[in-house]
Design a binder for this molecule. Structure first.
Ligand code: UDX
Length: 451
C-alpha cells in the first residue's frame, strides 16, 4: 500500500475476546493504522489483549461482568450471549464519554466490531456513528450456520447417524457431519446466537477475513444476499498487517532455533489452537502415533488443554525418551513464523479459520482434526474442496495417526497435497499483490472509510 498516508479519523475496534478473533481484529487495526487511521480498542477485561504489544493503539477496557463459573464452564455460546448482554451499557457509556472528550481533529469516525459482538451495533446507531462488521470465520461457515436454523425448523437436526455422510441440501460440499454445530449440539441459545449474528443488520459494510481465490462462489452468493451493503474480502489479514504478536500466551521462540537445525519439509507442526482440549487417552494415542511414525515434530501442548493436567504430565511414560531430539514440545509457538519455516512440511491442525488461512498462505499441507464448530467446515474444505489436507475422521487411534502422518510426510499422496498447497499459496500471493482481489478490496475499503 502507499507510503505516508494522510491522517484520517479514529476507528474504534470491538474484538471478541478469544485468540482466534483477537488476532484478525488487531491485524485489521494495524493495517488501518498504517494507512493513517488512529485506533482505539475497546475490550472486555476477560482475555484482554496486551497493550504493550501495540503501542500505536489506545486500549479502553469495559466491564464484562462474567462470573468465574461462566468463564470456567467452557460454554462459548453462553459466554458470547452473556458478553452481548453485559457489555451493551458499558460500551455505550464508554463511547458516549469518548465522543464527548474527543478533539475536532481526532473524531471517532466508525466502529468496527467482530460479527459475534453485535451489541456494538446498537451503540453505534445510538450515537449516529457508522459501523462495520468484521467476519473472522469463512463465508462457508456463515452460510452453514444460517442453514442450521432452517434445517432445525425442518426437523433435520439432530440427524440420525445414518445421515452423517449425506450432503446437506444447498451446501453442496458439506456433509451433515461437517455442519458447524457447537459442542453442546444445537440448543436454543446457539440458534439465538446465530439469529442475532446473521439477522438483518444496520451496519454499513462487512469486512471479511477470507480470500476470493478460496471462496469465490460463496462470496458471490453472500454479496447478493447482503446487497446493497458492500462486502470487502481482504484476507488473509496477517499478510497485510505489519508483523506484531497478539498472543494471549507467551510465545516460546526456542522452537525456531530447533527448527533451524531440521531438514527442509521434515517437521510436522501440531497445534489445536487456543480453545480445543483433548483427553488423556487421546493424548496417549497422538503421542504413540507420532512416535511410531518416526517423523520429526513440533507439538504445541497448550497449558490446560489436557483436562486434569497442568501441561505435559499426562504424556505416556517413555514417550519423550523414545522420540528424543526428533520432537520438540512447547506451550505456545510463534505460529506464523513456524508455518513459514522451511523445515515445516506439514501441519496437524484443528482447522480453526486463522490456522487454516496461515497454513494455506505458506503452502503447508494439513492433517485435519476438527474439534468443534466451524473447524469441521474448514477441515472439509481443506481436504475435499482444496485438496490440501487429509482428514482424520474417526476417534484418534495410534495406528491411524501413524499412517496419516506417513501419508502426509512421506508418501506421494502427501507430495501431491504439498504441490496443491504450493499452488494455492501462489494464488493467495496474487490476491494480495497490487491489482489482486484482496489488495483492490482493501483499497476500496479504505476509500469507503475515508468518506
Ligand atoms: C477459534 C475457533 O476455535 C476457530 O475455529 C475460529 O475459526 C476462530 O476462533 P482457535 O481455536 O484459537 O480459534 O483457532 P484459530 O482460528 O486457528 O486461531 C488460533 C490463532 O492462534 C492463530 O492465529 C494461530 O497463529 C495462533 N497460535 C496458535 C499461536 O500463535 N501459537 C500457537 O502455539 C497456536
Amino acid at each position: 500500500m502507499e507510503e505516508q498516508p494522510p491522517r484520517h479519523g479514529r476507528v474504534v475496534l470491538v474484538p471478541c475476546p478469544f485468540q482466534g478473533h483477537l488476532n484478525p481484529m488487531l491485524q485489521l487495526g494495524a493495517i488501518l493504522h498504517s494507512q493513517g487511521f488512529s485506533i482505539t480498542v475497546v475490550h472486555t477485561k476477560f482475555n484482554s489483549p496486551n497493550p504493550s504489544c501495540h503501542h500505536e493503539f489506545t486500549f479502553q477496557p469495559i466491564q464484562d461482568c462474567l462470573s468465574p463459573d461462566e468463564i470456567s464452564s467452557g460454554n462459548l455460546v453462553a459466554i458470547l450471549l452473556a458478553l452481548n448482554c453485559n457489555c451493551k451499557t458499558p460500551f455505550q457509556e464508554c463511547m458516549t464519554w469518548m465522543t464527548q472528550q474527543q478533539k475536532p481533529d481526532d473524531r471517532v469516525t466508525c466502529i468496527i466490531y467482530d460479527e459475534l459482538m453485535y451489541f456494538a451495533e446498537a451503540a453505534a446507531n445510538h450515537l449516529k456513528l457508522s459501523s462495520l462488521i468484521l467476519c473472522t470465520t469463512s463465508v462457508a461457515t456463515a452460510q452453514s450456520r444460517v442453514a442450521i436454523r432452517q434445517l432445525k425448523e425442518e426437523g433435520c437436526i439432530p440427524w440420525p447417524d445414518s445421515m452423517s455422510q449425506d450432503r446437506v441440501p444447498n451446501l453442496h460440499s458439506l456433509r451433515f457431519k461437517d455442519l458447524p454445530v457447537s459442542i453442546f449440539g444445537v440448543p436454543d441459545n446457539f440458534l439465538d446466537l446465530i439469529s442475532q449474528t446473521y439477522n438483518a443488520r444496520t451496519s454499513s459494510a462487512v469486512i471479511w477475513n477470507t480470500i476470493d481465490c478460496l471462496e469465490q462462489s460463496s462470496l458471490e452468493q453472500q454479496q447478493r444476499r447482503y446487497r446493497p451493503i458492500p462486502i470487502f474480502p481482504i484476507g488473509p489479514l496477517h499478510k497485510f498487517a505489519p508483523v506484531s504478536s497478539s498472543s494471549l500466551l507467551n510465545e516460546d521462540t526456542s522452537c525456531i532455533t530447533w527448527l533451524d537445525k531440521q531438514p527442509c519439509n521434515s517437521v510436522l507442526y501440531i497445534s489445536l489452537g487456543s480453545l480445543a482440549s483433548i483427553d488423556e487417552t487421546e493424548v496417549a494415542e497422538m503421542a504413540w502415533g507420532l512416535a511410531n511414525s518416526w517423523q520429526r515434530f513440533l507439538w504445541v501442548v497448550r497449558p490446560g488443554s489436557i483436562p486434569g493436567s497442568e501441561w505435559t504430565e499426562s504424556l505416556p511414560e517413555g514417550f519423550r525418551e523414545i522420540v528424543g531430539g526428533r520432537g520438540c514440545i512447547v506451550r505456545w509457538a510463534p505460529q506464523k513464523e513456524v508455518l513459514a519455516h522451511p523445515a515445516v512440511g506439514g501441519f496437524w491442525s484443528h482447522c480453526g479459520w486463522n490456522s487454516t488461512l496461515e497454513s494455506i498462505s505458506e503452502g503447508v499441507p494439513m492433517i485435519c482434526t476438527p474439534c468443534f464448530g466451524d473447524q469441521r467446515v474448514n477441515a472439509r474444505y481443506a481436504s475435499y474442496v482444496w485438496g490440501i489436507g487429509l482428514q482424520l475422521e474417526n476417534k484418534l487411534e495410534r495406528k491411524e495417526i501413524e499412517m496419516a502422518i506417513r501419508r502426509l510426510m512421506v508418501d506421494s499422496e502427501g507430495e501431491e497435497m504439498r504441490h496443491k498447497a504450493q499452488n494455492l499459496k501462489e494464488k493467495v500471493e496474487i490476491c494480495i499483490k497490487e491489482g489482486g482481489s484482496s489488495y483492490n478490496n482493501l483499497k476500496m475499503l479504505l476509500e469507503f472509510m475515508s468518506f
